[in-house]
Ligand binder design. Structure first.
Ligand code: IMP
Length: 426
């Protein structure tokens, strides 16, 4: 199974980190293909917690080469701080490779992200304010600065000078802010970033293809999720990249024929951070229970996530958009205390039943979930390791989801620890 893609199927925070870590065990290489430090994974290994933002999940295994692909946007200061934190906990980051074609998030991107959000007022998107959108915008405008530019000081300074002419006009004249001094920023980058990052910069496409040609297993790790996809998500309440499985092709430099397996990660319920439509959103005690029991607060931003019941309509769309070959369900244990569980099986849009996601966003805004209710199991699943140990209502819930989604469920997470999962398919 040389090339596998792992992709979030909802609005992010599905617990991809833990599942990716689990699947990564059999891989020689793990490649992040999009997003930046707007992502945040927490992995618990032997009781110790590791928070990853930019570094691919495989870093915790000695045999894996973690690669940051060309489709990722990299804040070099954040990356170096993350490496320092990992190394202080004894994790060797020397194998980490960063694509020379990845674009750099620099301080002015972050400032512009914050300012744009502020000026949008009540129409703001609720971004993570990490500079993600402005950096991808610069990439599309062809004024971005890439990781490889760090290796040629003359080019780096020239590009920074050129782009800051425009950015400073906007910062000072539109937003009434102080300009960024290009020399000061370049000096800081040259002193603090370049000497440390240089050994990690690589031809990531070459590395990926050498591994695939040698028959090694390579995992392509998506950040964010299907419904935050710039093209297929709930635009404009999306991120600025393509988390869908196809994003692995452009974001890592492979063709679609390389991909044999696509694992979709779905939480046993749903959460969303930031603004945007959310048909199964809960505003009641059940929602509060999901947030409390699931610790549904952003790893990075601390924001309370909006909770809701599992939505099979979205999942059917996620199966289509990603060609999912299997689904891994996370955080099933969070549902342990509920008497009954609801699953959205279709939407009512202006009196009409929709089994598939309506293409027009106004319809999604007004969609009312049609639920099926299933009995809960009211027992603690956190120690369950085998399918045969799952209480019957939990098996029924998972089998019901499989039937609704139209893809098999392979793994089921029952707690934050690396060992807390059930192989549902075998
Ligand atoms: P941005 O990616 O910071 O531009 O934010 C755009 C939207 O994506 C906002 O609604 C964010 O809350 C959301 N978002 C970005 N990254 C993540 C993530 O890793 N998990 C969940 N939501 C995210």
């Amino acid at each position: 199974m040389p090339a596998t893609v792992v992709v979030g199927t909802q609005w992010g925070d599905e617990g991809k980190g833990k599942l990716t870590d689990l699947i990564a065990k059999e891989m020689a290489m793990v490649v992040r293909y999009q997003g930046g430090h707007n992502a945040g994974h927490t992995l618990v290994v032997d009781g110790e917690s590791f928070a990853l933002q930019l570094v691919p999940s495989g870093v915790l295994y000695d045999h894996i080469v973690p690669v940051i692909g060309n489709g990722v946007v990299v804040d070099p200061f954040v990356l170096l701080a993350e490496i320092d934190t990992l190394e202080s906990k004894g994790v060797d980051c020397s194998r980490l490779r960063v694509s020379g074609n990845a674009h750099l998030i620099l301080p002015y991107h972050q400032e512009l992200d914050m300012l744009t959000e502020r000026y949008l007022g009540k129409n703001k998107l609720g971004t993570t304010k990490r500079g993600i959108g402005p950096t991808y915008a610069d990439k599309a405008m062809r004024v971005g600065i890439r990781v490889q530019d760090l290796l040629d000081e003359k080019i780096f300074r020239a590009k920074l000078d050129a782009v800051l002419g425009d950015k400073n006009t906007v910062l000072t004249r539109v937003y009434n802010r102080l300009p960024t001094d290009p020399d000061e920023l370049a000096d800081r980058v040259m002193a603090e970033v370049v000497p440390r990052l240089r050994p990690h910069v690589a031809d990531s496409v070459g590395l990926v293809h050498d591994a695939l040609d040698a028959g090694e297993n390579v995992l392509f790790e998506g950040a964010q999720a299907t419904f935050l996809d710039l093209d297929h998500g709930t635009y404009p309440f999306v991120t600025s990249s393509n988390p869908v499985a196809g994003g692995a092709c452009t974001g890592a430099g492979i063709g679609p024929r390389h991909i044999q397996r696509v694992v979709g990660i779905a939480k046993a319920y749903i959460t969303r951070v930031g603004a945007g439509p959310f048909p199964t959103e809960l505003f009641d005690a059940d929602g509060d229970a999901l947030v409390d029991r699931g610790h549904e607060f952003g790893t990075n931003t601390g924001r309370r996530r909006r909770p809701g019941w599992f939505d099979a309509v979205m999942m059917r769309q996620a199966v289509r958009l990603n060609s999912l070959s299997e689904v891994a369900i996370t955080k099933l244990d969070i549902l342990d205390t509920f008497d009954t569980l609801k699953v959205c099986v279709a939407y009512d849009v202006n009196g009409e039943r929709h089994e598939h996601l309506p293409y027009h966003q106004s319809d999604l805004h007004s969609a009312k979930p049609i639920y099926e209710e299933l009995p809960g199991w009211q027992s603690d699943l956190t120690a369950v390791r085998e399918r045969s140990e799952l209480p019957t209502p939990a098996v029924r819930y998972l089998e019901f989801l499989e039937g609704q989604i139209g893809a098999p469920i392979s793994l089921v997470g029952v707690g934050p620890g690396r060992e807390q999962f059930v192989n549902f398919s075998g």
